[in-house]
Design a protein around this ligand. Structure first.
Ligand code: SF4
Ligand code: SF4
Length: 126
C-alpha cells in the first residue's frame, strides 16, 4: 500500500503536512512531515504534493505523477525517461519516509484529514 495524491483536487490547505508532522513529532512540526505541499510562484491555484517514501519521492502535480528514485536516477511515469536526480529533492531526503502512519489509531492521518479527498491509499509501493 502507498499514498496517492490527486493534485487536481488539492487546494493547498497544508492540513496533510500538519497531520503528518503531528504523527512524527506529537506536534505540528512541518519539518518532520514526509508529505509536503508546494505552490507555483507564477501560477495561481497550482498545487503539488511531494511524498518521501523508503526509496523514492512521489511528486504529484496537476499535470501528472512523477517518481524519483532516491540517490541515483529518477523515473517519470509519463515518459519513462531516466536522468540524474536534481538538488531540489535534498531537503526531503533528510526526512523519515512515509510509514502509512504505523501505530496511529485512525490510520493514515493525511488521508483522514484532507478536506477534498485528494489523498487515498492504493495498492503497490516499493
Ligand atoms: S500516511 Fe502518515 S506518514 Fe505517510 S504521508 Fe500520510 S501522514 Fe505522513
Ligand atoms: S490536505 Fe488535501 S487539499 Fe490540503 S494540501 Fe493536503 S492534499 Fe491538498
Amino acid at each position: 500500500m502507498r499514498i496517492d495524491v490527486d493534485a487536481l483536487k488539492c487546494i493547498g490547505c497544508m492540513a496533510c503536512e500538519m497531520a503528518c508532522g503531528y504523527h512524527r513529532d506529537d506536534a505540528f512540526a512541518l519539518l518532520a512531515s514526509c508529505i509536503v505541499v508546494y505552490r507555483a510562484r507564477d501560477k495561481k491555484d497550482y498545487f503539488g504534493v511531494v511524498i518521501k517514501e523508503e526509496e523514492s519521492l512521489t511528486i504529484a502535480r496537476p499535470e501528472g505523477l512523477e517518481i524519483k528514485r532516491i540517490g541515483v536516477t529518477e523515473e517519470s511515469s509519463d515518459s519513462g525517461q531516466k536522468k540524474e536526480a536534481d538538488a531540489s529533492a535534498k531537503p526531503m531526503l533528510l526526512r523519515e519516509p512515509c510509514d502509512l502512519c504505523s501505530g496511529m489509531k485512525y490510520g493514515p492521518m493525511c488521508v483522514k484529514i484532507c478536506p477534498v479527498d485528494a489523498i487515498s491509499l492504493i495498492e503497490g509501493g516499493e
